[in-house]
Design a protein around this ligand. Sequence first.
Ligand code: NAD
Length: 263
Amino acid sequence: MKFSIQSRNDSQSNELKELAKNYLQDFGLILDEVEPDIVISIGGDGTLLHAFHNHVKRLDKVAFVGIHTGHLGFYADWKPSELEKLVLCIAKNQYKVVEYPLLEVNVCNHTEISSYLALNEATIKSPNVTLVMDVFLNDRHFERFRGDGLCISTPSGSTAYNKALGGAIIHPTLQAIQVTEMASINNRVFRTIGSSLVLPAHHTCKLKPVKNQTFTMTIDHLQLDHNELDYIIFKVAKEKVRFARFRPFPFWERVHDSFIASE
Ligand code: NAD
């Protein structure tokens, strides 16, 4: 089996990376940064987001697992002290793979379509001025949004930026995406729904700019600048992300341990 290790690049994560690499090679596993079967991320959730985007073109061939060298993460849920146990499980192939849904983003202008996959979310904002966008659900006009921006998240990303915006937490077995407002303008003249919208697979959310604005878009930790755009379409992607699971750590327990109290 081939593995690669993504480190956050701080001294603790780098030390652990060296240790993990040596252990895995002792078991006969092959280090392959380009075409690994398993990617071990050492750092935090942000490190796993980087690992995801490094291997986004071959998601069907790779499984991810995360060790946290800071606080417990949603994707990085193994402790550094569990490294030997983790290596043993990988070497003996003692794991199952769980798949979580992703968000597909298609940014369209008159000449081309740029497509992206997000593990957590995509956001769209308009720096310094109010964002004005027509929102279409399944190609029907739904509302004209005015406000700071919109966040469209995956179920596993619902505990990240989306949660800070007051969105719902969605279990990742649900094939869905969530559209959450950032500070919408609501008064006697302007009106938005105000609540987060949860869209099932095969439904689309389309955003169409109303005026010529400069936009800032993010896909997870990545920032994109698309000034010339006709519309953006968001939907549940057909691709999935695969996580290697070595022991049960149910989603609601992770939510509890991350946000309420850890045992
Ligand atoms: P980072 O790695 O420092 O992540 C920021 C925080 O978000 C960390 O505490 C991390 O553990 C947490 N996080 C990331 N994914 C999570 C998830 N799926 N569930 C629960 N917590 C999660 O920063 P980065 O490398 O820039 O990561 C980008 C992510 O930061 C974005 O995808 C976005 O979700 C998050 N973010 C959050 C806010 C906010 O909460 N107000 C604002 C901007 C970005």
